[in-house]
Design a binder for this molecule. Structure first.
Ligand SMILES: [Zn+2]
Length: 297
């Protein structure tokens, strides 16, 4: 048996499989090389908060102390975030599981009344595999938000299937991270594209401040100094600012709602506001702008 030929054949096979994957990826994604923002705008900054509260903790079957941490997000953290954004006249997007409308209706309503966008974050923070059940979950979440705020959610941060989201009238997802700019994701044949507003774990509070995340060991804890995180996020902002780009800052009320982190966000926003051409819209505003000015092919 000729081992070197076998290895060469196996490599050829791997390369062919990788090429097929790359071709499939190309067919399913439409990137936008340069986004043109409204007159005078250099960068669009989306402040987004995933209002998971203890729902996510429960789903992971975490111990009671973790449930309490989630509870803090619903009782205190969300209110501090609303106050912070209101004080800066920033319209944020709150991705809200349907169940959260039952658990913390006052907070969701208050956020909506302050002009923040309430968007979908699944019914119970998970997407059922059965298509009928999936549709049922999405509709329930949509209805719960609409009942509370009087507005139908137009966006989502979820694993819901693209076809279903389009059928149910959603105009964007904010989930995938494959490009720094908004882009379109479609089927393998290029059909039915849906706009994605990317966020990245590098700008996600949970990656920096998660203590006892999923019962991790002490050495795996991430409890960073807010000043240090401020500098990392500021550098990410400046990089996008210089090239006229986009930044989506992902927060969780139970993580960012802590006092020192709110103070850090306040400083970060003040620094951003010192530069000209910084736009703080909701995700829906960004989506509507991109859909109108950079439609999918
Ligand atoms: Zn979540």
């Amino acid at each position: 048996m000729d081992t070197s030929t076998d290895i060469a054949n196996a490599l050829d096979h791997d390369i062919a499989a990788l090429k097929a994957k790359a071709a499939d990826f190309d067919a399913r994604h439409q990137l936008i090389e340069k986004v043109t923002w409204p007159q005078g705008v250099r960068i669009a900054v989306n402040f987004t908060a995933d209002f998971d509260a203890m729902l996510l903790r429960r789903l992971f079957n975490e111990p009671p102390s973790q449930l309490a941490k989630g509870e803090f997000g619903g009782r205190v953290g969300i209110w501090r975030l609303i106050e912070l954004f209101d004080s800066h006249k920033i319209k944020a997007t709150i991705f809200t599981p349907g169940r959260i409308c039952e658990l913390y209706p006052r907070a969701v309503k208050a956020a909506s009344e302050s002009g923040h966008e309430i968007a979908d974050h699944m019914w119970e923070h998970q997407v059922p595999k059965d298509p009928e059940l999936e549709r049922d979950h999405l509709r329930k979440a949509k209805d719960a938000i609409e009942k509370l705020t009087g507005k139908r959610p137009m966006g989502t941060r979820s694993w819901h299937t693209r076809e279903l989201l389009l059928e149910e009238g959603f105009v964007y997802n904010s989930h995938d991270t494959l490009d720094a700019l908004p882009h379109y994701v479609s089927g393998p044949d290029g059909s039915k594209p849906l706009l994605n507003l990317p966020f990245h774990y590098a700008i996600d509070d949970a990656m920096f401040f998660s203590f006892a995340w999923l019962n991790t060991e002490n050495q795996a804890q991430r409890m960073m100094d807010p000043d240090h995180v401020e500098e990392i996020w500021w550098a990410a902002f400046l990089q996008q600012y210089q090239q006229g780009g986009y930044l989506n800052i992902c927060m969780h009320p139970f993580v960012s709602g802590r006092a020192l982190r709110i103070a850090m966000l306040d400083r970060l926003i003040n620094r951003m506001k010192e530069l000209p051409g910084v736009w703080f819209p909701t995700c829906e505003q960004v989506a509507r702008h991109v859909l109108a000015t950079h439609p999918a092919r």
